[in-house]
Design a protein around this ligand. Structure first.
Ligand SMILES: NC(=O)c1ccc[n+]([C@@H]2O[C@H](COP(=O)([O-])OP(=O)(O)OC[C@H]3O[C@@H](n4cnc5c(N)ncnc54)[C@H](OP(=O)(O)O)[C@@H]3O)[C@@H](O)[C@H]2O)c1
Length: 481
């Protein structure tokens, strides 16, 4: 906190006119500002090609700010003071001159003391390298971990496969060291995901049963009940495995399966996650079911199929659904299937992890263990975040009738409205230099190694995904269970 409080900080958003910047980055910075977590001398600089003056930029920012942390009359004051710190410059991404002009603006506004700098690349990945080179050529990157520092933040997708990801890592490394590079996976900033390590390692009850002796299967589910929402240009090039499975859901698997880190710091946590990812056998074609949604009438509305979406080629083989079976080949997890399911255009919006425990042997209640539901630990990431443990209990009454009941930890009930957005937490970590929740380059390599061969095979063989109706449960996945 002392580092944050003392030194001037310039937060530079490249792609400042975009969707991510408006919806996530500015509101998160404003929330940190309202909580007094940003330095006294803190400014936001936006750069993009769009022609905009400062007033238009500030209007764009204010349209997405909320008064969550400063309700009532004082919110307007906070917004005004925050917007006064926001400045915009229009410029080209591949020109060092743009960044020199930006630097000049920063000096004019901020005075002679060199600030710490965060460069947030809120732009399509195709221009990450151009931007990094321009920043480097303008001489804005300070090497090493000394003061003042400069850091870069990038968002997935980090390449399309192992090779393109390596290329991106290599090119960025010509400008920013690994230590300066923050690869965001915003799922890791979600409260429930952060609670996973606490749940496992700060409670005595879970760790002894967190293994193949007690756990039969692990489910990681991610569903959306919307289509691709006009993002055909991006989505058709990536598909659901690259968009969600290889990054967000694999990170969740790593958090579930990892061993206890020796210390709860960035290096040790990420070392343990890399070990898990390297223990996962690469996925073969037989381990995957692919799907693509088709037109249907759902909830009284006609929904179009994926191939009818604007910008999607009529012969697209891009999957909008994938179910994948993974095995973590180590002492703790050998033989336990991790089933990852992800789909768009499905029956509901939900993201959760379910650890399904084995049946009780020699059940004394005369019903036969197979008639009793097995215990499940459910970690719900969204919506309605929570942790639920389903147990078998006796129904109240004179007869012994057993039924499945839940022990609930509903975040909204337990903690009220104070659940921060993932970006608030992640941006704070960038500013404080805590890399625990960011993807290290060897983690990225290991994650791509799991999926690259099968993705190549699907593309070479032009494997057509199974069709499923919009609003349904997706295609049958019995083949991989
Ligand atoms: N939006 C999200 O919720 C979300 C979620 C996860 C990850 N991401 C990742 O975050 C990054 C930014 O996402 P975004 O949704 O904000 O992107 P975006 O709105 O498509 O693009 C951001 C800005 O980049 C510039 N731009 C767009 N296409 C360009 C092109 N082909 N060449 C040069 N400049 C271009 C545009 O600004 P100018 O025209 O003004 O220069 C645009 O306002 C991407 O890497 C994306 O994959 C976004």
């Amino acid at each position: 906190m002392s580092e944050v409080g003392r030194d001037p900080l310039d937060f530079i958003v490249i792609g400042a006119s975009g969707d991510l910047a408006r919806r996530k980055i500015y509101p998160a910075l404003f929330s940190l500002y309202c909580q007094g977590l940003l330095p006294e001398r803190f400014s936001v600089y936006g750069l993009a090609r769009s022609a905009m003056d400062n007033d238009q930029f500030r209007e764009r920012i204010s349209s997405a700010l909320t008064c969550r942390y400063v309700p009532g009359h004082s919110c307007g004051d906070y917004i005004r003071k925050f917007l006064d710190r926001c400045h915009y410059l229009s410029g080209a991404y591949d020109s060092a001159d743009s960044f020199l002009s930006l630097f000049q603006l920063m000096r004019e506004e901020g005075g002679p003391q060199l600030p710490n700098m965060v460069f947030y690349l809120a732009i399509p990945p195709a221009i990450f390298v151009d931007v990094a080179r321009s920043i480097g050529n303008a001489g804005l990157v300070r090497c090493g971990g000394g003061d003042p520092w400069s850091r870069v933040v990038i968002e997935k997708p980090f390449g399309r496969d192992r090779q393109s990801s390596d290329h991106l890592t290599h090119e960025l490394a010509n400008v920013f060291t690994e230590e300066q590079t923050y690869r965001i996976d915003h799922y890791l900033g979600k409260e429930v995901i952060q609670n996973l390590m606490v749940l496992r390692f700060a409670n005595l009850v879970f760790e002894p049963i967190w293994n193949r002796k007690y756990i039969e299967r692990v489910w990681v589910d991610w569903r959306e009940n919307i289509g691709i929402e006009g993002r055909a240009g991006y989505f058709d090039n990536y598909g659901i495995i690259r968009d969600v499975v290889q990054n967000h859901l694999l990170q969740i698997v790593a958090m579930i399966a990892m061993e206890r880190p020796k210390i709860s710091d960035a290096r040790h946590i990420r070392d343990e996650k890399v070990k898990v990812l390297k223990s996962i056998n690469f996925v073969s074609k037989a381990d995957v079911v692919l799907g693509q949604y088709t037109a249907s009438k759902w909830k009284d509305k006609q929904r179009i199929g994926y191939k009818e979406e604007d910008g999607v080629p009529a012969d697209s083989i891009t999957p909008t659904f994938a179910a994948t079976r993974l095995y973590v080949d180590n002492e703790r997890w050998k033989g336990v299937p991790f089933i990852i399911r992800a789909g768009k255009g499905m029956n509901r919006r939900e993201n959760e992890v379910r650890l399904q425990f084995r049946d009780v042997e020699d059940n004394i209640f005369g019903m036969g263990a197979r008639h009793l539901p097995s215990n499940e630990l459910v970690i719900r990431i969204q919506p309605d975040e929570g942790v639920f443990l389903s147990i078998v209990s006796k129904q109240p009454g004179l007869d012994v009738v057993l039924e499945k009941t839940d022990l609930n930890l509903r975040y909204q009930l337990a903690f009220g409205a104070s659940i921060p957005d993932a970006y608030e937490c992640l941006l704070m970590d960038v500013i404080e230099g805590d890399k625990s929740l960011f993807i290290r380059s060897d983690e990225l390599e290991a994650a791509w190694d799991i999926f690259t061969p099968v993705l190549q095979r699907f593309s070479e063989e032009r494997v057509m995904p199974a069709e499923y109706e919009f609003g349904s449960l997706g295609p049958a996945i019995d083949r991989i269970l």
